[in-house]
Design a protein around this ligand. Structure first.
Ligand SMILES: Cc1cc2nc3c(=O)[nH]c(=O)nc-3n(C[C@H](O)[C@H](O)[C@H](O)COP(=O)(O)O)c2cc1C
Length: 287
């Protein structure tokens, strides 16, 4: 395409156990599209995102007036920070500024803090327990873990052990350690600690339950994550509460969502940065 880019799903990288309907796959396209759009505008290109659907979406890149803002500066800093936070609260203004970023894409961001976080934590633990009791889930997760820096650098993808604060090891030993130490009790305790150390939890709800809506949820999340980064705040997903259909239904009723689907769930707070995830090179993902 001469003056644009098509951002398309790569179904060879599906994660069918945790994401059977490709919701997260489409949400991740939205995340990428949002960063691309913000970066394009900073570089003097239009970065307009066209209508999204099952084929993905198209970003037009025509010359335009450059627009450099805080979200652009936050792109290299943003990360999912999977650690305990410092327990401090957000002001209602901060919550409002973050939620407004979701509204840009028609997505509702529902905030819960203090005691109101506990029922969501219960659902994260319920989802996590179901997932960890499912051997197919554990096998899929194990396949995507990168046990050391060399493996992470070679593949340029997956979940590098160090980003979750876990020790690194040669691959064979890493797998043995994973099998020995990846246990429901300690994992659930970790999520409880992490969530209770956070200022609160956002749940994103897109206007439609289809690829267009899932992409909108991803775009909304990316704007919120970038805005949070610009404000000195950290975030991390706790999507166990939306990945298991029965648990997702409980979250929907907890939040009075009627027929709407809760798309993405993440905690926000303050903490030092963690090691970063690696990326595949542009030439590996573009053609
Ligand atoms: C749609 C979507 C859902 C995700 N869900 C989770 C999740 O439930 N738990 C988690 O630890 N990370 C989750 N991730 C985070 C990715 O693992 C993370 O973005 C990836 O490792 C890249 O790291 P970075 O965002 O820190 O650069 C999700 C990412 C996306 C795009």
């Amino acid at each position: 395409m001469a003056d644009g880019l098509a951002i398309a799903p790569d179904f060879s990288r599906r994660t069918p156990v945790v994401d059977p309907d490709d919701h997260h796959l489409y949400a991740s396209l939205g995340c990428a599209a949002e960063s691309l759009s913000i970066a394009a505008r900073a570089r003097g290109l239009s970065g307009e995102i066209g209508e999204a659907g099952a084929e993905g979406l198209i970003a037009t890149l025509r010359p335009a007036q450059p627009e450099i803002g805080a979200l652009f500066a936050a792109i290299p800093e943003r990360q999912c920070t999977r650690s305990a936070y410092d327990g401090t609260r957000l002001t209602s203004e901060e919550v409002g500024v973050l939620a407004a970023e979701a509204k840009v894409h028609g997505v509702t961001a529902i905030w819960r803090e203090g005691a109101a976080v506990e029922p969501i934590l219960d659902l994260v633990i319920a989802g996590n327990t179901r997932q960890m009791e499912n051997p197919a889930f554990v096998a899929e997760l194990r396949k995507w873990i990168r046990f050391n820096g060399a493996q992470a650098a070679r593949t340029g993808d997956g979940l590098y052990a160090a980003v979750s604060g876990n020790p690194t090891a040669p691959e064979t030993i890493g797998r043995i350690l994973f099998d020995a130490f990846f246990r429901i009790g300690p994992e659930n305790d970790k999520y409880a600690r992490h969530i209770r150390s956070s200022a609160g939890i956002f749940t994103l709800v897109a206007p439609s339950n289809d690829p267009a809506g899932w992409i909108a949820a991803g775009r909304a999340y990316q704007r919120m994550a970038l805005r949070a980064t610009a404000m000195g705040l950290r975030n991390a997903f706790v999507n166990q509460s939306v990945e298991e259909p029965a648990v997702r239904a409980d979250l929907a009723s907890l939040l009075d969502l009627d027929e709407m689907r809760p798309n993405l769930v993440f905690r926000v707070g303050r903490a030092p940065p963690m090691p970063r995830s690696l990326r595949r090179l542009p030439e590996a993902v573009m053609n």
